[in-house]
Design a protein around this ligand. Structure first.
Ligand code: HEM
Length: 297
């Protein structure tokens, strides 16, 4: 193996291990926060009290935020690494579906965490999410209340999903893929020291009170591209059709794997189809990056 390939291989194997170390810290700090967090009443005030009145509340909030973000970013990079090296060829359809679903669920956990802050941004993101679900033809009105409801219980369902259902579901989905749950002492130490330093030294972005008057409210970083899409197209198209098509193409990839020899017509068509879909997805990802930049600049 050449030196360059060795380095790439090493980085590839470090990503998921550091990810698991971050997940451990995220779950630990989440369990501490859940003792103080109340999803009913004045949620914004409750979160402010956790930050200012609970001993080390600011530290655990920032640790949870940093470890949660790092975990999901590392999972994204790990999946991108598999995708770009066309490793979906070696996975069965079921395993690939589980892995992609767990990545989407990771983003959903981040999203519900953003809503749980109860500030202007959280309320805004939660309302957009509710509108997208309600825009689903026929079933929208029935599906939306399974995730989020307006009024006093606005934060309750996102809270249940964030703190209980989603972490358990993610762990169940990736269970078959993980060879060793313990990431190794070195990775745990690096993850812990880096994230503890981050929580101690980096000040959290100020939470905006829900009643503050603001013309533009930005969602979490991975939601910005979708926000731009929502400005350009109708909700149903931007919020459901485009993401749905992208997900369907991604899930279909392992099915196009070449089962027939390359030289046969069937084999050549399958290879063409797989390559076409692969580069279509790469283009879609680049476009999403561009839409994200458009939202910030
Ligand atoms: C995959 C696992 C998880 C990820 C990626 C994650 C991520 C996040 C993020 C990014 C936030 C927003 C923090 C902020 O902006 O200040 C958040 C909030 C929160 N999380 Fe999690 N979390 C996870 C699991 C958990 C678990 C298992 C619990 C509890 C058992 C929990 C409890 C909370 C609570 C109570 C909040 C709201 C308080 C706050 O905003 O600081 N989380 N989470």
């Amino acid at each position: 193996m050449s030196d360059n390939r060795k380095i790439v291989y090493r980085i590839s194997s470090y990503l998921p291990r550091l990810g698991l170390a971050s997940l451990a810290l995220c779950l630990g700090s989440g369990i501490i926060l859940v003792f103080y967090y109340r999803p009913m009443g004045n949620v914004f005030q409750n979160v402010e009290e956790i930050t200012t009145l609970v001993p080390f509340g600011w530290f655990f909030r920032q640790l949870h935020y940093g470890s949660g973000q790092l975990f999901v970013i590392l999972m994204l990079l790990h999946t991108l690494d598999h995708f770009l090296r066309k490793r979906y060829r070696i996975y069965g359809f079921k395993e690939w579906v589980f892995l992609i679903s767990s990545l989407f669920l990771c983003f959903f956990v981040l999203f519900t965490g953003f809503v749980l802050k109860g500030d202007k941004g959280g309320l805004f993101a939660g309302s957009i999410f509710m509108n997208i679900l309600q825009s689903m033809p026929v079933v929208g009105g029935k599906i939306a209340p399974l995730f989020i409801v307006p009024g006093k219980s606005f934060f309750f369902l996102p809270y249940l999903y964030h703190c209980f259902f989603l972490p358990v579901l993610i762990i169940c989905l990736i269970r078959g893929h993980i060879r060793e749950w313990f990431p190794g002492r070195g990775f745990l130490c690096i993850g812990m020291s880096g994230l503890f330093l981050y929580a101690l030294l980096v000040r959290p972005a100020p939470d905006i009170p829900p009643e503050a008057a603001m013309a533009v409210v930005q969602g979490p970083w991975f939601f910005l591209g979708l926000q731009t899409l929502l400005r350009l197209f109708p909700v149903l198209f931007a919020g459901l059709v485009i993401p749905g098509l992208f997900t369907a193409c991604l899930l279909l990839l392992p099915l196009l794997r070449r089962s027939s020899p390359d030289t046969s017509l069937k084999g050549r068509v399958a290879r063409l189809g797989e390559n076409g879909l692969h580069y279509l997805l790469v283009t879609a990802l680049c476009l999403y990056g561009f839409l994200t930049l458009r939202a910030v600049l």
